[in-house]
Design a binder for this molecule. Structure first.
Ligand SMILES: Cc1cc2nc3c(=O)[nH]c(=O)nc-3n(C[C@H](O)[C@H](O)[C@H](O)COP(=O)(O)OP(=O)(O)OC[C@H]3O[C@@H](n4cnc5c(N)ncnc54)[C@H](O)[C@@H]3O)c2cc1C
Length: 329
């Protein structure tokens, strides 16, 4: 089957590309091997925002004690997770409907590039077979996103030690205690969330401040650290994890300063890596850099004419800007 554009990956980068191209009159196929909507809708921004909103309401009520509000509230994490799942499912159902209305073909399959602007589709287990074994197009856009980076001494096991994807998928009860390895956005927000729902939360951050990045001022990090101190969220700066040993009740953790502690769960949030393996990029002749990111031009075109790739936040955070040759105007 032939399309004007095939987009691989239906996260924010992929669906925005597909929708803009459809608005410009293109016939578009959007191929997805996971849940439609990508990480953002299913395991990232949306579920996190649904849960953190509830956590902030608990904080608001607590902070208004004695100012006309009497009595405290308590979070029920299991119920919050059900609410979060309903929010995500509702958006995901609407997502597929919206694509259909625009005439975008949502194909549930694993995509792999083939020579000559073609994409092979591998059927997914338990799903109806895709509409064809192979699609071809005038242009292809790669928007396969990223996956959590693995910690060498504290690798996620999906049970006691979780990465950020596993957190949303598997954590249905609030643990008594939880360590957050990495004080970036994921570690900070999820530590706040679990603390508000009743866990003892501790963040271990190797640098000397939380959210240690150019776009965040030291003043903002300082304000956040003061807030966490007031809430009794423990922040251990200048400390990394040197050993993790899961046992029947949790994880024994040894820190780089020689101290040790025990936590029921550990969340590893130390950044993400590009998901560019298993796509047939090298065989197709597409250049990657030494970290596995796809090299692109100012139009986000790869080294292979007609094939584009969404640019990562690391490279400036631009979304995919395919030139639109399909415009009917
Ligand atoms: C806990 C958490 C909270 C976050 N909160 C925020 C937030 O508040 N604000 C914010 O801006 N960002 C947030 N993020 C980051 C946000 O989720 C990502 O920036 C965003 O999802 C990136 O979008 P993307 O389209 O590039 O990739 P993704 O959303 O990862 O989508 C890529 C899609 O491609 C599919 N795919 C991969 N390979 C193939 C293949 N071979 N064939 C078919 N399909 C394939 C994947 O299944 C996936 O669905 C958060 C992330 C996490 C983990």
């Amino acid at each position: 089957m032939n399309f004007d554009l095939i987009v691989i990956g239906s996260g924010p980068a992929g669906y925005k590309t597909a929708v803009s191209a459809a608005h410009h009159g293109a016939r578009v196929a959007l191929v997805e091997h996971g849940l439609p909507g990508g990480n953002c809708l299913n395991r990232g921004c949306i579920p996190k925002k649904a849960l953190v909103y509830l956590a902030s309401l608990i904080e608001d009520v607590d902070s208004l004690q004695g100012r006309g509000i009497v009595g405290s509230v308590r979070g029920d994490y299991a119920a919050a997770v059900l609410h979060k799942d309903q929010v995500v499912t509702g958006i995901r159902d609407g997502f597929a409907f919206g694509l259909r209305r625009l005439g975008i073909e949502l194909v549930r399959a694993e995509a792999r590039l083939q020579p000559g602007l073609r994409v092979a589709l591998r059927p997914l287990e338990g799903q109806v077979a895709p509409l064809a074994a192979e699609l071809s197009a005038g242009r292809i856009a790669i928007a396969t996103g990223s996956a959590p980076r693995r910690h060498n001494t504290c690798p996620a096991d999906g049970e006691r030690i979780l990465d950020s994807s596993q957190f949303m998928r598997t954590l249905h009860e609030c643990p008594d205690s939880m360590l957050f390895v990495g004080g970036g956005t994921v570690g900070v927000e999820l530590a706040y969330l679990m603390h508000q729902f009743g866990a003892r939360a501790c963040i271990a951050e190797p640098s000397d401040r939380l959210l240690d990045r150019h776009s965040i001022s030291e003043r903002a990090s300082g304000a956040l650290e003061r807030k966490f101190r007031r809430l009794a969220i423990e922040v251990r700066k200048g400390v990394s994890v040197s050993a993790c040993a899961p046992d029947a009740h949790g994880v024994n953790v040894t820190f780089s300063d020689g101290s040790a502690d025990h936590f029921e769960k550990v969340l590893v949030g130390i950044g993400r890596r590009p998901r560019t393996e298993d796509l047939g990029l090298a065989e197709a002749g597409i250049d990657l850099d030494e970290d596995g990111f796809i090299r692109v031009s100012e139009y986000l075109e790869t080294s292979l004419p007609g094939i584009y790739a969404a640019e990562s936040a690391r490279q400036g955070g631009k979304l995919l800007r395919v030139r639109y040759p399909w415009s009917r105007k």
